[in-house]
Design a protein around this ligand. Structure first.
Ligand code: OAD
Length: 243
């Protein structure tokens, strides 16, 4: 049985505003590979070759091949009990914001509405020249081309690129406003996402981490719940629903 403190349930029952930051670990139980760790994508693939703008311009075919492979993989996966529990939490708490680093769209698929996608979405792409957005860009000679003739790229944030400033501002605002903040299934290695739990804590939020192992963020937390998000989050919702 997963041990959830009475204190956390009491805080959640009283909270008007909560925020949750999610990372690849939340989708792991759906079958989406994480980035770090033994089985992580960055163990087998090089971010230098696949996840930065210069690499894309040098070899767009290779980068698109990798994204198309990931898209195929993500197209067939389904949200897991962790995603659904976060959706239920949004229905229970008056104001909840889900800040995700994941590009797989599974939070939306599970029914969550108030989502800030910090790193973009793999199912969107846009033209480098005219910025027209595409869901299914048409491939010609191995590359997706815009109606204007420009090269289309995935709408994800690559290493060295800036995040959408509105999304970052809103993430900061919601983290600071939150009364309870969850950091779930993220290794806490990528900025600015990794700063959000710390900023939330400094602003007075009660900060709780859920992860299968400790991370560099763990020492800053008010509570660390060791376990799978697909097991811990449904248990939290179950306890919240009890009177
Ligand atoms: P990581 O792969 O770095 O970390 C995943 C975390 O999830 C680890 O701390 C695991 O211990 C934990 N974990 C694994 N399975 C879990 C489970 N079932 N329940 C709970 N926790 C679990 O992924 P992120 O922190 O999301 O950026 O990585 C951040 C960013 O780095 C990604 O968005 C991506 C990557 O480079 C871009 O592509 C821009």
């Amino acid at each position: 049985m997963i041990d959830i403190s009475d204190g956390l349930i009491k805080r959640l029952k009283e909270a008007q505003r909560i925020a949750a930051l999610t990372g690849a670990g939340v989708s792991a139980e759906s079958g989406v590979p994480t980035f770090r760790g033994e089985e992580g994508l960055w163990k087998k693939f090089s971010p230098e070759e696949l996840a930065n703008f210069d690499a894309f311009m040098k070899n767009p075919e290779l980068v698109w091949e990798w994204y198309n492979w990931r898209k195929t993989l993500m197209k067939d996966v389904k949200p897991n009990p962790g995603h659904y529990a976060l959706t239920q939490l949004e229905e229970i708490v008056p104001d909840m914001t889900l800040i995700t680093q994941n590009v797989d769209g599974l939070h939306r698929q599970s029914g969550s509405k108030n989502i800030l996608e910090l790193h973009g979405n793999i199912f969107r792409s846009y033209c480098l020249d005219c910025k027209k957005e595409y869901e299914q860009p048409e491939f010609k000679d191995g590359l997706p081309r815009c109606v204007c003739g420009g090269l289309v790229r995935p709408d994800v944030v690559w290493f060295g690129e800036s995040l959408d400033s509105n999304i970052v501002d809103n993430s900061l605002k919601e983290s600071m406003k939150s009364q309870v903040f969850f950091s779930i299934g993220t290794s806490g290695h990528v900025q600015p996402a990794a700063s959000l739990p710390i900023i939330a804590k400094r602003s007075g939020s009660y900060v709780v981490e859920i992860n299968t192992e400790p991370t560099p963020l763990t020492g800053h937390m008010d509570e660390f719940i060791m376990g799978k998000s697909g097991e811990v989050l449904p248990r939290i919702v179950e306890l919240l629903k009890k009177d």
